[in-house]
Design a protein around this ligand. Structure first.
Ligand SMILES: Cc1ncc(COP(=O)(O)O)c(C=O)c1O
Length: 352
């Protein structure tokens, strides 16, 4: 089989050794003679998987005391409403930087007042607003660290007077972050962490229990914490596969090494976008994402030729999101530099 260069926006590339270890677990899980697909989530072998996944994530992100890690179903989209259930008493403040941030705003609006502190909607979300003020009377401030669809990222996080809640779905583990600056971090696993089906929530315990509304059990972080992320059946296989990926991240040198890989990939691709007259970037250069690079052909008449060339080179998944058009190369943790080299080579040569 020829090597496919997988630039999919998510679910997306995973390290081959994580895939192999997952396959082995499907065949024979932890020497039980059973498949990980058919064991109880309460078996001692699977409880050990949950414990190890928490421990390795704690180590990779230097998660301090006082935070809890949950592995939930429902995708990051469920967190848009779940965080409002648990934290929005009177007002939530939001940074609106794209489709996902807008969805978070919309869901929170069902629970109380929502103040959009700043938005980049005026320029089709091609930059990240700066210099905004976070209201001190909000219950929290919500932001999105990396905007998967539009290809922007927050290079730094604001000093917030209220708990900072961040959707890190598309760049978690791609750079070191100071977890203690955040009240809560959440991420759907299917980009940098594992397969689809599990969402990681890292929440500061002492912020919980402050809203006056009744919270349905499945929506309550406190309930999930009390039951050690097993209030209901957790996504067993996605957690197992995520652990295999986290082991790879650790072996490779953790988030510092992931950042170096991300910088190298992004520098190579953006350099080509900037210097090749056949292409143009869609995002303000200072806010460019390291994970999702969006670009257009300067002459749309070359589309067929370019598409044929990258497909012939074994490149997959670079069609842009329908709301931006053009191309989007997603370069998550597991993507080797060699895949970006293959894409850059096509960009250089397809019209010669
Ligand atoms: C930044 C961000 N937030 C949220 C979501 C939604 O995640 P899910 O499909 O897991 O609900 C996505 C999906 O791509 C995303 O990129």
């Amino acid at each position: 089989m020829t090597k496919i260069h997988n630039f999919s926006a998510g679910p997306s590339i995973l390290p081959q050794e994580a895939i192999e270890a997952s396959i082995e677990g499907v065949r024979n899980f932890a020497g039980t003679g059973l498949s990980v697909l058919e064991v109880s989530h309460r078996s001692k072998e699977f409880v050990a998987v949950v414990d190890e996944t928490k421990a390795i994530l704690t180590e990779l992100m230097s998660i301090p005391e006082g935070y809890e890690i949950l592995f939930l179903g429902g995708g990051a989209s469920t967190q848009f409403l779940m965080l409002a259930y648990n934290f929005l008493e009177t007002k939530g403040a939001y940074l609106k930087t794209g489709v996902w941030a807008s969805n978070a705003v919309k869901e929170a609006g069902l629970f109380g007042e929502v103040q959009v502190v700043a938005s980049s909607e005026d320029k089709n979300y091609n930059y990240v607003p700066k210099g905004y003020e976070i209201p001190t009377d909000a219950n929290y401030f919500h932001c999105t660290s990396n905007n998967t669809i539009y290809g922007t990222r927050m290079t730094e996080f604001p000093k917030s007077p209220v708990p900072l809640i961040c959707d890190m779905s598309s760049d978690i583990l791609s750079r070191p972050v100071n977890v203690s600056d955040f009240g809560m971090i959440y991420a759907g696993a299917q980009k940098n962490m594992g397969p689809a089906g599990v969402t990681v929530v890292i929440v500061k315990k002492d912020l919980l229990g402050k809203v006056s509304r009744a919270i349905p059990s499945m929506m309550s972080y406190e309930v999930h914490i009390k039951k050690e992320t097993m209030f209901n059946t957790p996504p067993v296989f996605p957690i197992f596969a995520m652990l295999q990926n986290l082991k790879w991240v650790k072996k490779m040198g953790g988030t510092t090494a992931m950042q170096k890989r991300a910088e190298e990939r992004a520098a190579l691709l953006y350099n080509e976008i900037d210097n090749n007259p056949l292409f143009t970037g869609t995002v303000a250069p200072e806010d460019r994402s390291w994970m999702n690079a969006c670009f257009l052909l300067t002459d749309s008449g070359l589309e067929e030729k370019f598409n044929a060339a990258w497909k012939a080179a074994g490149i997959s998944g670079i069609k842009g999101h329908r709301s931006v058009g053009g191309y989007r190369a997603s370069m998550y943790n597991a993507l080797p530099l060699e895949s970006v080299e293959a894409l850059v080579n096509v960009m250089k040569t397809f019209n010669q």
